[in-house]
Design a protein around this ligand. Structure first.
Ligand code: FAD
Length: 511
């Protein structure tokens, strides 16, 4: 039998430990060996508390017990994101992890809604036709029902968690399944005659050889960027924010099952409720506001007393032009970062990990990588980044905050052609992107397009197959179904205390 392929992961943030855990779960231990090098001295970015529903699939695939995970990472549930003041001051809308309405007569819901509106029917705002939004407004949570036809099955959920505790959790999980952890700092990187990475020299003097290197060194991008020289593509012309102040505060105010994002003069502020505290941050552009002013604004908007000094994080929106070069694959911040809006980074890690698993080199070839694998990985990564980029830009571009420098700039900047196309299809016909895999779903686009105040001029003509009366009746029934079901759901706080407490009592019985 051929020697096992040695995978060396450098970096122990979320990217490093998510990669290590997924590899340990999926790869045959006789054919793949996994080592992770991390440096306590350097540390991690330590933010990244809001996620998308895909994270549940990731955890489920590892076989992680959800209640235990939630207890250990102090997690809460997330049904979506509330955007305040993004269209214009005073506006509010929610981007839910759920659907709007249903495809009546095989035609997507938004077309029926636009038609009813154009017919002058007395209908509610688009937001009123989502069950997940109704649950958010009540600060309520329950698991989606299994009966697929139920209105209570029309959403998914994600988590808010303490990112440091999540890495700790995965570290224990991965080590107990055979991942070797080395504490140390990489000081030098040696290449072989073909230009592939051969070994890493640690500060301690130890030399670590490997076949496939996974660069999870965060913004440093030590292997892919610094050593292999893969260039950075700057996207700051579309995403001008380049700093964030982050600060936790005492838990107070509403215990929301959603993240809140409030637009500000120089960017936006996030609010993320965890079980034991609330995470807050001001993401801003130094072209439009000074660091000190941003810090003071953030501290002035906390629900409770700050629990630490605010921490300043610097970043550049963009990505490496290739995430896989030679025998090195960058995952996480080392491959790119757009900005925290819509909480996409952990999803991008997850997508890269699952693509890499599917394209994993075979042990027989050692360090020599089949270029077709790398090309395919890079193609998939390009698609993911470009789609997320367009979605994020939409939030900024479609604003009506006139007379504020940042918002005037993003409203008038040239946007990517791919986004121009998406907006014009929506305005012309009510159509939105529909991807089989990856981000973002049709309903996510609808939430933000309508939420930011865009309105189509026309709708899909197939919607005319239903009579106006039928549509009016269906819309009324849908709202009634939402209203009568949502009142019976427990509050988010109640649900969490019961779910996590159940685990404690189960354990007490078992021990
Ligand atoms: P890091 O956490 O920076 O880890 C890098 C690792 O590399 C560390 O272990 C470090 O010790 C190690 N390392 C570096 N150099 C060396 C060396 N020479 N030798 C050995 N080890 C080394 N994502 C979301 O999904 N949701 C969010 O809500 C969210 N919010 C964010 C807010 C902000 C302001 C920022 C900046 C990011 C946010 N992110 C969010 C992104 C998220 O934080 C990251 O995607 C995630 O933490 C993964 O980071 P990482 O593992 O790639 O890098």
């Amino acid at each position: 039998m051929a020697q096992a392929l040695h995978i060396v992961i450098v970096g122990g943030g979320s990217a490093g430990w998510m990669s290590a855990a997924a590899f340990a779960r999926a790869l045959h231990p006789g054919r793949y060996r996994i080592t992770l090098i991390e440096s306590e001295e350097i540390g991690t970015v330590g933010v990244g508390e809001a996620t998308l529903p895909h994270i549940k699939t990731f955890n489920d695939q590892l076989g992680i017990d959800e209640a235990q995970f939630m207890r250990e990472t102090r997690a809460t549930f997330k049904l979506g994101i509330e955007f305040r003041n993004w269209g214009e001051p005073g506006d509010r809308y929610i981007h839910p992890f759920g659907v709007f309405g249903a495809p009546w007569g095989g035609v997507d819901f938004q077309h029926h809604w636009i038609r009813a509106r154009q017919l002058g029917q007395q209908i509610a705002s688009f937001q009123e036709y989502s069950y997940a939004i109704a649950a958010c407004r009540r600060n309520a949570f329950e698991f989606p029902h299994r009966a697929r036809k139920s209105i209570r099955a029309t959403y998914a959920y994600a988590y808010h968690f303490d990112a440091g505790l999540y890495s700790d959790f995965l570290r224990r999980w991965a080590i107990s399944r055979g991942v070797r952890r080395i504490e140390g700092q990489v000081r030098d990187i040696s290449l072989d005659e073909s230009g592939a990475i051969e070994s890493l020299l640690l500060q301690s003097g130890a030399r670590i050889e490997g076949d496939l290197f996974v660069d999870c060194t965060g913004f440093r991008s030590l292997l892919l960027g610094s050593k292999l020289g893969v260039q950075w593509e700057d996207w700051s012309q579309w995403l001008p924010c380049d700093r964030a102040w982050a600060v936790p505060c005492q838990r107070a105010g509403e215990f929301t099952p959603y993240t809140r994002s409030t637009a500000q003069t120089g960017g936006w502020i996030w609010r993320i409720p965890l079980q034991h505290r609330t995470g807050n941050g001001y993401v801003f552009s130094t072209r439009f506001i000074g660091e000190e002013q941003a810090r003071d604004t953030l501290l002035g908007q906390l629900d409770g007393a700050a629990l630490a000094e605010p921490r300043l994080l610097r970043f550049k929106p963009g990505r490496r032009i290739r995430a896989w070069a030679r025998n090195c694959v960058a995952i996480g911040l080392s491959s790119g970062f757009l900005e925290p809006l819509e909480s996409t980074s952990i999803f991008l890690i997850q997508a890269a990990v699952s693509d890499l698993l599917r394209l994993m080199p075979s042990p027989e070839r050692g360090r020599v990588v089949d270029p077709r694998l790398a090309d395919e990985f890079n193609r998939l990564s390009d698609i993911q980044y470009a789609r997320v980029r367009d979605f994020l830009i939409l939030h900024y571009f479609a604003n009506r905050r006139h007379g504020e420098a940042l918002w005037d700039y993003v409203r008038s900047m040239p946007i990517p052609d791919t986004l121009v196309h998406k907006i014009s299809l929506f305005e012309g016909r009510g159509h939105v992107p529909y991807y089989k895999d990856g981000l973002f779903s049709r309903d996510s686009w609808l939430a933000v397009l309508f939420g930011q105040g865009l309105m189509p001029h026309a709708y899909d003509r197939l919607a005319d197959n239903l009579s106006a009366d039928q549509v009016g009746q269906l819309l009324r029934e849908l709202r009634q179904a939402i209203a009568s079901n949502v009142t019976t759901i427990p509050s988010h706080a109640e649900f969490i205390s019961r779910y996590c407490a159940d685990l404690q009592s189960e354990r007490a019985v078992m021990s």
